[in-house]
Design a protein around this ligand. Structure first.
Ligand SMILES: [Zn+2]
Length: 307
């Protein structure tokens, strides 16, 4: 079975910049070489900045990261296209998100700058308390500025992402999504009831994502699959089953978190991701459902909401 892939999250853009390697061929989990396994390939590239940098230096790093992608040899040669919509998937397509919007550093106009750079998905939080608000490891909600920035993003048509948000911040993000009639997604999070860590989704949050017509990307990070971190590819299946029981068959996607997480030993990079599909087939998942999870749900979502 030759699959297509639409992955909702990776940190490869950060590695490309900081380790000075190109997209086509590198020693990362994600490269165009590894993506050849797939018939069509769409990848959300997160502009995630080093949390050790202060907000202003982080902002500069994000700008450099987007310039570095634009200047990449494969992009320049037209072997991959950076896009804001998903209309033509005949060649590898890269969409941009920002993960950890603390780099706005209290400056609302920067949301517009990100939009002009092509960013269409906003993952406002990452860790701790920032100028945006509280992340998954806190009990805090959004700051006044954070709520303003997320409203600005929604009004521009960006997709809001609750991955990494605290429960309170997520609640407020859902409310803003509703206000602007925009979907809310979780780009790279699993099921809390299967693996109870703060980065995973509670049942109520899953319901709210589905009600907003959002999507959910399964994260391959071992400690979000199994709490002890001793996870293999098969440990993704209980999460898939949980989401299917929660009626998420039209919303479930992949948000593998490659180049930003610790992968299961039997999925070492993008080229070995079809192993997950083989496991699903062995467990009697219909081929149609596997294709939805790998590609079609995310493509349908992107075509509808990234315009
Ligand atoms: Zn992340």
């Amino acid at each position: 079975m030759r699959l297509s892939l639409f992955d909702l999250h990776c940190d490869t853009a950060y590695k490309m910049l900081t380790e000075n390697q190109p997209l086509s061929r590198n020693n990362f989990a994600i490269s165009l070489e590894n993506a050849r396994k797939f018939e069509q390939y769409t990848q959300v590239m997160a502009l995630w900045t080093d949390d050790k940098l202060d907000d202003e230096v982080g902002w500069k790093q994000a700008i450099l990261m987007s310039q570095n992608l634009q200047k990449d040899f494969a992009v320049q040669q037209g072997l991959a296209a950076i896009s804001t919509t998903v209309t033509d998937t005949s060649r590898p397509t890269l969409l941009l998100s920002v993960e950890d919007a603390r780099i706005l550093a209290g400056k609302l106009e920067r949301v517009n700058v990100l939009y002009r750079l092509g960013v269409r998905i906003l993952t406002p939080l990452w860790k701790g308390n920032t100028c945006i608000g509280g992340s998954h490891d806190t009990l805090t909600g959004l700051t006044v500025f954070g709520a303003q920035a997320i409203r600005r993003a929604a009004s521009l048509g960006m997709i809001l992402d609750i991955s990494h948000a605290s429960e309170q911040s997520a609640k407020e993000i859902f409310a803003i999504g509703e206000e602007y009639a925009r979907p809310v997604i979780a780009s790279h999070s699993n099921a809390y009831d299967i693996c109870p860590v703060s980065r995973n989704l509670k049942k109520e949050q899953i319901k709210k994502i589905l009600a907003s017509n959002g999507v959910i990307g399964l994260n391959l990070h071992v400690s979000f699959l199994k709490k002890d971190g001793n996870a293999a590819a098969k440990d993704i299946l209980p999460h898939v089953e949980y989401f299917l029981e929660a009626d998420a068959q039209d919303a479930l996607c992949l948000g593998c978190d490659m180049d930003g997480c610790e992968l299961p030993p039997d999925i070492s990079n993008l080229a070995s991701l079809p192993h997950l599909a083989e496991l699903m087939l062995q467990h009697n998942y219909p081929e149609k459902l596997i294709r939805r999870i790998f590609f079609e749900n995310a493509v349908g979502f992107a075509k509808k909401y990234l315009t």
